[in-house]
Design a binder for this molecule. Structure first.
Ligand SMILES: Cc1ncc(CN)c(N)n1
Length: 220
């Protein structure tokens, strides 16, 4: 069977893709053993990711070539702005991270990199570029979340983060993103390939940073 455009890009970035979905951060999240300090540090950075991510979704809506695509993307914006943002706020409260704490923590290099690539894809005005980054962000997260075993960890901070990235609606959205990239990506293959590869590398760096910052915090 011939592979789809998405499958080709994922295969070309197989080493990094697999490093991300099997990362120590993911393994400890899935088995519920992740230390609170690591989860808190990750969520502080990821809440900033969310801001640029919404910009990217807005750009995808603006650059999409059909109304049907805009509707699907628009519904997803509602979910991220509502349910997902609400999760972050409840998680910060449970982990004892105040708004002041959050404001005092600088961006990690991987966060700066992600914000930059999402703004770059948004500013390019290319639907294919936006889709390449969205396919990494959502497809890779679905991939690791699907590795969760029943029952999910007891702590809602862990369980809800997993469930947000593996539920029927999210699977449907990821399938939509793949179909869209397969439809419009080949006509802008070089650009899509470039954004896709850089985004996968940033996913690994983002998990690395979450684990490293906690190590630095506990070392004397
Ligand atoms: C870094 C990162 N990549 C992807 C996702 C999934 N939206 C996320 N929350 N954070």
């Amino acid at each position: 069977m011939t592979e789809t455009f998405f499958e080709t890009l994922r295969r070309e970035n197989g080493a990094n893709w697999s490093a991300a979905v099997t990362h120590r951060f993911v393994r400890e999240l899935l088995d519920g053993s992740i230390p609170d300090a690591v989860m808190a540090g990750y969520l502080v950075q990821d809440h900033r990711f969310l801001d640029a991510f919404l910009t990217l979704l807005g750009a995808a809506i603006a650059s999409a070539d059909r109304f049907e695509s805009r509707l699907v993307l628009g519904r997803f914006v509602g979910l991220v702005s509502g349910e997902e943002n609400d999760y972050f706020l409840r998680a910060f409260e449970a982990l004892g991270v105040s708004a002041g704490d959050r404001a005092a923590i600088p961006d990690a290099a991987a966060t700066t990199g992600f914000k930059a690539i999402m703004r770059e894809a948004a500013a390019s005005g290319s639907y294919a570029a936006a889709l390449a980054v969205l396919n990494v962000a959502e497809g890779l997260y679905l991939d690791w979340a699907m590795r969760a075993r029943d029952p999910l960890p007891e702590n809602f901070v862990h369980a809800e983060w997993i469930r947000l990235h593996d539920n029927p609606q999210f699977r449907e959205f990821v399938a939509f993103l793949r179909a869209e990239l397969d439809r419009v990506g080949p006509a802008a293959a070089d650009r899509a390939r470039d954004f896709f590869g850089r985004a996968v590398a940033l996913e690994v760096a983002f998990f690395d940073a979450a684990c490293q910052s906690a190590e630095a915090a506990v070392s004397p």
